[in-house]
Design a protein around this ligand. Structure first.
Ligand SMILES: NC(=O)c1ccc[n+]([C@@H]2O[C@H](COP(=O)([O-])OP(=O)(O)OC[C@H]3O[C@@H](n4cnc5c(N)ncnc54)[C@H](O)[C@@H]3O)[C@@H](O)[C@H]2O)c1
Ligand SMILES: O=C(O)C[C@H](O)C(=O)O
Length: 353
C-alpha cells in the first residue's frame, strides 16, 4: 500500500475509534433538495459531523439545524474565505444536490449550468478530499457522473469505486407505484424494484413483478420512467422533485455510510463506472450486447466503495427490450458529459480557441 493510502486508512481507523462518523458534506445544501436532505442527515445519530456548503444561506440553515438534539455537529459555509475548501477538508461522503432544477422551457441550459457547477465542485473534491465517496444528485445524472469522473481523471485521483450517480428516486417511485398497483400501498417499503440503465426517462428501466398485467405494466413503466414530469407539472414552474429526492438521497447516503463503517452485504442500485468491477462489467456487457462506460445496476457496497456490480439477472423479454432501448440514449448522455469536460480543459489550455 502506498504511503499516502496507508496514512489515510490509519486516519480513518483512528477517527472511528474516537467515535466519529464518516465526515458528511452536502454541496448545494440551501436548495430545495439540500435543506430537507441536510435535515434528514442531521437526524441520523450515526452522523457526527455534517458540513453544508452553498453559494447562499448555509450559515442560516446550519444554525437552524444545529438546534436539533442529535449528535451531528453542523457547520454551514459560503464561497468566500475558502468556504468550499474548508467544507471539504476531512470529507468522506460528499452528496451533491447543487444545480438548477427543471422548469418549463429550460432544456439545454440546464445541462450547461449544472455541468459547470458540477465540474467546479468536483474540482474542489478532487483537490481537497480525493478519497471521498461522491454521490451525485445534480441532473442530468447520466451526464454529471461522467463529468465528475473526468475531473478526477484530470487530477490523477480517479477511483471508479467511489463515484455514484444517485438513482434511488427511481427506485423509491417504483416501490410506491408497484405497491399501489398490487393493492398493498402499505407494503411499499418492502417492494424492492432495482433501477437498471440510468436515471429517468427511457434510460431507467425496472424488473417488475410477473403478476402485473400487460396493460397495467406499460403504464406503470412509463409512470416510473417519467415520474419527474408528474412532479414538475404539479409544481407548475416552481421546480422539480425535492422532498422525495431528499428522502431517496438520504436512503442512499445511509447505505454508503453503513458500508464505509464495515457493514457487509449492503446492495443498492446506483449509476457507476463499470470499471469499478471488471468481472461484473464483463457479465453485464454480455447481457447488454453493448459496451457502456457507466450503467445503473444493483451494486454491492463496501468500505472502499463498489465491491461488485450485479448482472441484470433474470428479466423478462419485455424488460430486456426496455434495457436495450435505454442503451443508445445512455451512450449519448455519457458522451455529452465527458465531451463537456474535455472541451473545457482544451479551452483552458488554449484560451483563444
Ligand atoms: N437525481 C435525481 O433523481 C434528482 C431528483 C430531483 C432533482 N434533481 C436535481 O437536483 C438539482 C437540485 O435541485 P433542487 O430542486 O434542489 O434545486 P434548487 O435550485 O432548489 O437548489 C439548488 C441549490 O444549489 C445551489 N448552488 C448553485 N450553484 C452552486 C455552487 N456552485 N455551489 C454550491 N451550491 C450551488 C443553489 O444556490 C441552490 O441552493 C437539480 O439539478 C435537479 O434537476 C435530481
Ligand atoms: O425530473 C426532474 O427533472 C427531476 C428528477 O430527475 C426527477 O426524476 O424527479
Amino acid at each position: 500500500m502506498a504511503r499516502l493510502e496507508r496514512g489515510w486508512v490509519l486516519w480513518r481507523i483512528r477517527r472511528w475509534a474516537a467515535g466519529c462518523s464518516p465526515g458528511t458534506v452536502v454541496l448545494g445544501a440551501a436548495g430545495g433538495i439540500g435543506q430537507p436532505l441536510s435535515l434528514l442527515l442531521k437526524t441520523n445519530p450515526a452522523i457526527t459531523e455534517l458540513a453544508l456548503f452553498d453559494i447562499v444561506n448555509t450559515p442560516g440553515v446550519a444554525a437552524d439545524l444545529s438546534h436539533i438534539a442529535t449528535p451531528a455537529k453542523v457547520v454551514g459555509r459560503l464561497p468566500p474565505n475558502d468556504g468550499l475548501k474548508e467544507t471539504l477538508t476531512g470529507a468522506e461522503v460528499v452528496v451533491i444536490p447543487a444545480g438548477v432544477p427543471r422548469k418549463p422551457g429550460l432544456r439545454d441550459d440546464l445541462f450547461k449550468i449544472n455541468a459547470g457547477i458540477v465540474k467546479d465542485l468536483a474540482t474542489g473534491i478532487a483537490t481537497v478530499a480525493p478519497k471521498a465517496f461522491v454521490l451525485v444528485i445534480s441532473n442530468p445524472v447520466n451526464s454529471t457522473v461522467p463529468i465528475v469522473a473526468e475531473v478526477f481523471k484530470k487530477h490523477g485521483v480517479y477511483d471508479p469505486k467511489r463515484i455514484f450517480g444517485v438513482t434511488t428516486l427511481d427506485v423509491v417511485r417504483a416501490s410506491t407505484f408497484v405497491a399501489e398497483i398490487i393493492g398493498k400501498p402499505g407494503s411499499a417499503p418492502d417492494v424492492v424494484v432495482p433501477v437498471i440503465g440510468g436515471h429517468s426517462g427511457v434510460t431507467s428501466s425496472h424488473p417488475l413483478p410477473d403478476s402485473i398485467a400487460k396493460d397495467t405494466f406499460d403504464a406503470l413503466v412509463k409512470r416510473i420512467q417519467f415520474g419527474g414530469d408528474e412532479v414538475v407539472k404539479a409544481k407548475d414552474g416552481a421546480g422539480s422533485a425535492t422532498l422525495s429526492m431528499a428522502y431517496a438521497g438520504f436512503e442512499f447516503a445511509n447505505k454508503v455510510i453503513r458500508a464505509i463503517k464495515g457493514e457487509k452485504g449492503i446492495v443498492a442500485p446506483s449509476f457507476v463506472a463499470l470499471k469499478a468491477d471488471p468481472a461484473g462489467a464483463e457479465a453485464l456487457t454480455k447481457e447488454l450486447g453493448a459496451e457502456l462506460e457507466f450503467f445503473s445496476s444493483n451494486v454491492e457496497l463496501g468500505p472502499e466503495g463498489v465491491v461488485k456490480i450485479h448482472p441484470l439477472g433474470k428479466i423478462t423479454q419485455g424488460e430486456t427490450e426496455l434495457v436495450k432501448a435505454a442503451v443508445p440514449e445512455l451512450l449519448t448522455n455519457i458522451k455529452t458529459g465527458t465531451t463537456y469536460v474535455l472541451e473545457k480543459y482544451e479551452e483552458e489550455k488554449n484560451p483563444k480557441l
